[in-house]
Ligand binder design. Structure first.
Ligand code: G6P
Length: 610
């Protein structure tokens, strides 16, 4: 949430910062700004709206700079406008700050600072940091010490970058609860809130940990903790490539990511299926496998789309492992003093690996002695690094704010974990081998479903003006109904609800009339007959039915208004297939409404505040 980028070196900083901000825009996009040294003075250029507008504004100036920092904002305190956009100056314009996160005690600090004569221009919590650092600088300490003393007074979270006229050869950065990474170049260095902003320039990175502060010069850097002790950091080489974070010929990241799913699901399984043993191999879990297998209970904890994949995980674990499994919203879990036993295994799922609630819930679970497993996409992210063990989903960078390929890769990883553990329990070699073979067909089946795009576009045209949508499914496909509804809400702003199909009778059916499209996820499985009865109930009330059904099921054609037919698979893997038409439906409805699907209003990709 919010993006930070910075450059110090011999090149022209401004184009590097703008390019970096464009890469980070998915983290927040209500305003953007740059702060930089030019002709010996600090300058700020910022505005409301997207980075493209900032770029236009900057093109009207003639600045040359070799040191600067930039920010793209997702508003927490204060409306999105130019005044509240970052960076923020001190009164003399000799110090500027950009900040991600929330300063929780900003009100009392602000009161003290106002008492000391400081004037506030914005409504942000960040401005407190500027004046606080300024107050320490005025006592004659170094910039590093001023930042350190200020942060010792602060409660909350921050990813922070500071420039000061007094020490124009460095950027000072700090991290607590909001990611920050240094990019190490040749006679130039970078800072960013994630590596996608750096990899065009360097693949050598240093991840800051919570409580660390760094001074970044053009040819070296120094790291200390908040207690002022020197810390040696490891330089890590990242493998992400620039092609992975480009649109690659597609008009939007979201469509590219939907279309990439045959490959991303394949990547999530690559090298992990062992056909001869009818099982899977997950290196990241090996050291804790016995403990996982002997757990009395599993908990799956996540937010948003990752929470939906966790619900599918629950069905898999309970069906094949018979281990009681609970799925929790991370935001609720962390605050309700959850009952956690040392023989619990808790899976934390997060595409970004940085979601504040999920990270905090994980810390709480660790404190209480449970085994903590991270299932992440972003390599080197906080959840991936702080968990006891974990599995990367290897979906590749996901930039569209609405999650698509991460969801299917998460489901694939849950299926791999299920197979691995089931083979240690009751599953036979023959059944294991059959399952491996079925896993291997999934990428090809996704490819087949993607070819239905034109048919789905026709349905999107028909329903693009609907005010409400209902998504219904049973068993494994109930979480898919939730995810389909979430996709539509996120990018088309149409109100949509997901429900277990049978629960529809206990409320939502009251909403059904000729204006209500109802999407049924109705593959041929053990609940098929029941779901057909539910479709009849909707038709009896003149609702419009869109059904996701199994290839060869012609009976459903007479009932549903529109039928999208997808290949057959085992129940456990069906959500990987059945969600794809729903992603395409949401996508095409939003596009037909002329909306920005990659950056929907009010949302952000990585929610690093509570
Ligand atoms: C935000 C994103 C969602 C995502 C959720 C959880 O709300 O917009 O797409 O599902 O955060 O994110 P995570 O990175 O933890 O999976």
């Amino acid at each position: 949430m919010c993006g930070i980028v910075g450059y110090i070196g011999e090149r022209d900083a401004i184009p590097i910062l703008i390019e970096g901000l464009k890469r980070l825009e998915y983290r927040g996009y209500d305003s953007a700004g740059l702060g930089f040294f030019s002709k010996g003075a600090l300058n700020i250029i910022k505005n409301k709206g997207k980075v493209a507008l900032l770029e236009e504004k900057i093109n009207g100036h003639n600045h040359q700079s070799k040191i600067g920092i930039g920010h793209t904002r997702w508003a927490t305190h204060g409306i999105p406008n130019e005044t509240n956009a970052h960076p923020h100056f001190n009164k003399e314009k000799t110090l500027l700050v950009i900040h991600n996160g929330i300063i929780e005690n900003y009100q009392p600090l602000k009161k003290i600072l106002i008492g000391d004569g400081y004037e506030f221009k914005s409504e942000t919590d960040t401005e407190v940091l500027v004046h606080l650092i300024d107050s320490f600088l005025k006592k004659g300490v170094t910039l590093f010490s001023a930042v350190r003393h200020a942060l010792n007074q602060v409660e909350g979270t921050y990813g922070l970058a500071v420039l000061s006229c007094g020490e124009p050869d460095k950027i000072v950065v700090a991290r607590k609860g909001s990611p920050l990474v240094l990019g190490i170049g040749e006679n130039e260095n970078f800072i960013a809130s994630d590596v996608s902003a750096l990899i065009a320039h360097t693949k050598q990175v240093v991840y800051l940990e919570d409580g660390e502060i760094a001074e970044v010069y053009k040819d070296h850097f120094r790291t200390k903790n908040i207690e002022d002790e020197e810390i040696q950091k490891e330089i890590i080489e990242v493998t992400m490539s620039i092609e992975q974070i480009d649109k690659g010929g597609y008009s939007t990241f979201m469509l590219k990511e939907i279309m990439e799913q045959p490959e991303s699901v394949l990547n999530s399984m690559r090298g992990r299926l062992v056909h001869d043993d009818g099982t899977s191999k997950l290196g990241g879990l090996e050291s804790v496998l016995n403990r996982i297998a002997n757990s009395k209970r599993f908990i799956i904890c996540a937010c948003g789309t990752s929470w939906h994949s966790g619900m599918v995980g629950e069905y898999m674990f309970e069906q094949y492992l018979r281990i009681p499994t609970e799925v929790e919203y991370a935001s609720e879990f962390r605050y309700r003093n959850p009952i956690i036993h040392p023989d619990d295994t808790i899976f934390f799922i997060s595409q970004s690996g940085e979601t504040a609630d999920t990270l905090a819930a994980m810390k709480e679970a660790k404190r209480k002695g449970a085994l903590v497993i991270g299932i992440c996409n972003a390599v080197g992210s906080s959840i991936a690094r702080d968990s006891d063990a974990g599995v990367y989903i290897h979906a590749g960078p996901e930039i569209g704010v609405a999650s698509t390929k991460a969801f299917t890769a998460q489901l694939s990883v849950f299926a791999l974990i299920t197979l691995l553990l089931a083979r240690r329990k009751d599953m036979s070699l023959i059944d294991g081998k059959k399952m491996v073979e079925e896993f291997q067909t999934i990428p090809g089946k996704i490819e087949k479903i993607l070819k239905l795009e034109k048919q789905i576009e026709v349905i999107a045209e028909e329903f693009k003006n609907a005010k409400n949508f209902l998504y219904l499914g049973r068993g494994y496909n109930f979480p898919v109904a939730l995810e389909g509804a979430l996709k539509l809400k996120e990018i088309s702003y149409i109100h949509a609800e997901g429900y277990p199909a049978a629960e529809m009778k206990h409320g939502p059916i009251a909403l059904v009339d000729e204006n209500m499209p109802v999407v049924f996820i109705a593959p041929k499985d053990s609940t098929y007959d029941k779901i057909i009865s539910n479709i009849e109930e909707i038709k009896a009330r003149k609702g419009k039915v869109i059904a996701i059904a199994t290839e060869g099921d012609d009976d459903i054609d007479r009932l549903a208004d529109y039928v999208i037919k997808i290949p057959e698979t085992i129940r456990m893997l069906m959500p990987i297939l059945s969600v794809i038409p729903l992603q395409l439906l949401a996508y095409h409805i939003a596009m037909k409404k002329g909306l920005n699907v990659d950056q929907p209003r009010n949302l952000a990709k990585s929610v690093t505040v509570e």
